[in-house]
Design a protein around this ligand. Structure first.
Ligand code: ZN
Ligand code: ZN
Length: 613
């Protein structure tokens, strides 16, 4: 096994220098040296400068080879976030390391690294060092090493440590197995290995389920997460709060309202404590699954709320286009004494944006700095650009971007490009998009954007050049994808999809829909005016767009009058938007579509977004 050698902030020589500089400030009470005295000093130590004083005292009193004192010194340094210092103490004793240090000491050191934000690799290196020096790991060592591997996301390291787990005979230890599942599922490409470990484990403990389900959710494999959650019920294992919160976030992502509701009922029935985080997860799920009324009801019932609760409900209202209600709640939040943070302001500004409240948005943006001394981040600037763009104030958006104190990010550029296009500034949008491609050459949606700009300019030759370029650079575009839940099962449709077993029937239905809609007065939009971020490719024939497939599937499989809910990964295109308006009227259905930006409730030929999307 080979690991890179540990990197230290302090080399032993600089360490000595540092300590010598501190020796002069020791207090007289430190002069009476004894092991017990040093231990109690360390016990009371509460700052790094204090630690340096105590260390110099230890050196002066000749206790720098005392295993008890050194172990305490290291655990104290770890607890003070001075993990590099702890490690320099260990490695400056290199010569007699095996005499002084034991497994417990190394566990302390590795745990310190696993919890530190910067130096996780040193945790693995320290592990490797203890092996080379024949200090044997125990079952408490591996979880910390694996945690460090998870933080690094390095699959190869994870495999190597797994090898050691087997070699030292800890592969049957439940705690080690749980951390193995977590480590593998946190490393790119490791999810199948995580599943292998999981499948070989006894399944009575909710922790392993939670680790595996969490792994799927982190990868965006929400359906797998939900399937596993169901298996967990079948096995009769009662989920803990962490698992429930994780599965709820999967439901929220997929728009799986029925399942989310069922989990809500399950929580009540099983008497799982409705903690504030659990309620927050439920509110977020209800809001993202299109059931804002349930979210509001639950929010109203909460005896205790955190800033996250307020943020979830304000975000939810904003996504549903209820800008005024969102703002009213924000005012209420302030009046009950909850101090806004930067996150809640993102919800507030997007509420203004989705409701077309330009001046209100500007007021709140200014209030961040003036009233709450919050420095706006790039996301807040992004909200403002979005606010101006949606309201058609392209010039103001452009000026705002020019005055930004930081470099605009690609999201802001894309917002600006779509604003330019929507208002006929095609040349400007072309030149910004070209710059964007220069900055982000591997980002597929930029090419789709430029290609669609050329389509609106009727620059067909340039358009096909872009296609060629994408093929040559091996860039893949994000396919449009819509999810729909039927009888608590999730069905997925991709643009032009033919994988569904009843795809023939579905395509026939789409054509049938097309005929009906045309009779009702629908005209397919071929030159779109409102295309946007991550838009769907116009080359995919419009009628094959995933949301139309999903709606056809729903019309075929649900009773007349049933509400249809769809979750779409990209922004809905203006043709689908107009087609769904007609569908809601012709087929007399309410249709809720959650796209990348917000909710659309289609009813009687109208949409709740009123064109702001
Ligand atoms: Zn479409
Ligand atoms: Zn709409």
């Amino acid at each position: 096994m080979r690991f890179s050698s540990p990197k230290f902030k302090f080399s032993p020589s600089s360490l000595t220098a540092k300590i010598e500089s501190k020796v002069s400030i020791q207090t007289p009470s430190l002069s009476r040296a004894s092991e017990q005295h040093c231990l109690s000093l360390l016990q009371a130590c509460n700052s790094f400068s204090n630690l340096l004083q105590i260390h110099s005292h230890i050196l002066k009193s000749g206790l720098n080879s005392n295993p008890f004192v050194l172990t305490k010194l290291i655990s104290t340094a770890s607890s003070l976030n001075a993990i590099d210092y702890a490690s320099s103490v260990v490695f400056s004793n290199c010569d007699n390391i095996t005499r002084i240090f034991d497994t417990f000491l190394f566990n302390t050191l590795i745990r310190g690294y696993a919890h530190s934000t910067v130096a996780k690799i040193n945790g693995v290196a320290a592990f490797s060092f203890m092996l080379r020096n024949a200090i044997f790991p125990n079952k408490f060592t591996f979880p910390f090493v694996l945690k460090a591997c998870a933080g690094l996301g390095d699959l190869n390291l994870g495999k190597q440590v797994h090898g050691s787990v087997v070699k030292f005979g800890f592969e049957a230890d439940l705690y080690v197995q749980n951390t193995l599942v977590h480590a593998y599922s946190s490393c790119g490409g490791g999810i199948e290995l995580a599943r292998e470990v999981f499948d070989g484990m006894p399944k009575s403990d909710p922790v392993c389920w939670s680790a595996m389900i969490g792994g799927y959710v982190r990868l965006g494999r929400c359906n797998d997460a939900v399937v596993l959650f169901r298996e967990m019920q079948i096995e009769g294992v009662k989920p803990d709060e962490v698992t429930v919160v994780t599965v709820l976030s999967a439901c929220a992502d997929m728009g799986a309202l029925e399942l989310g509701k069922w989990i809500g009922i399950y929580v009540e029935k099983e008497g799982i404590a409705k903690t504030v985080p659990l309620c927050n997860a439920l509110i977020d799920m209800f809001a993202k699954c299109g059931s804002i009324d349930d979210a509001l009801r639950l929010f109203g019932e909460m005896p205790e709320r955190s800033i996250v609760s307020w943020t979830s409900i304000i975000d939810g209202l904003a996504m549903h286009g209820h800008g005024r209600e969102a703002i009213a709640l924000f005012e209420e939040m302030k009046s009950v004494g909850v101090i806004p943070d930067d996150v809640v302001f993102i919800g507030v500004l997007s509420a203004c944006s989705h409701a077309g409240m330009v001046e209100k948005g500007c007021h709140y943006f200014d209030s961040m700095r003036n009233e709450f001394t919050i420095i706006p981040k790039i996301e807040h600037y992004g909200c403002m650009v979005d606010l101006f763009s949606r309201a058609g104030l392209v010039k103001r958006a452009l000026e705002f971007v020019q005055d930004m104190p930081m470099e605009p990010n690609p999201v802001i550029w894309r917002t600006l490009i779509s604003a330019c296009r929507a208002h006929g500034e095609l040349e400007l949008s072309e030149s910004i998009t070209k710059q964007l491609i220069g900055a982000e050459p591997m980002h597929g949606s930029n090419y789709v954007l430029l290609s669609n700009i050329y389509a609106s300019m009727h620059g067909w030759e340039k358009k096909s050049k872009i296609r060629y370029l994408m093929g040559e650079r091996g860039i893949r575009k994000v396919p449009g994808c819509s999810l729909i839940e039927l009888d608590s099962k999730i069905y997925e449709f991709v643009a032009g999809d033919k994988s569904h077993e009843k795809y023939k029937e579905i395509y026939e239905m789409v054509e049938e829909m097309g005929r009906e809609l045309r009779i009702a007065g629908y005209v397919p939009t071929t030159s779109e005016v409102l295309l946007d971020i991550d838009e769907e490719d116009k080359e995919d024939t419009l009628y094959k767009h995933s949301e139309k497939l999903a709606i056809a599937f729903a019309l075929l499989n649900t009773k007349p009058g049933t509400l249809i809910r769809i979750v779409k990964n990209l922004r809905i295109c203006s043709d689908c938007h107009s087609a769904i308006k007609f569908i809601s009227k012709v087929y007399n259905r309410e249709i809720v579509v959650r796209d990348r930006n917000r909710f659309h409730l289609f009813k009687d030929g109208e949409c709740s977004c009123k064109g702001y999307w």
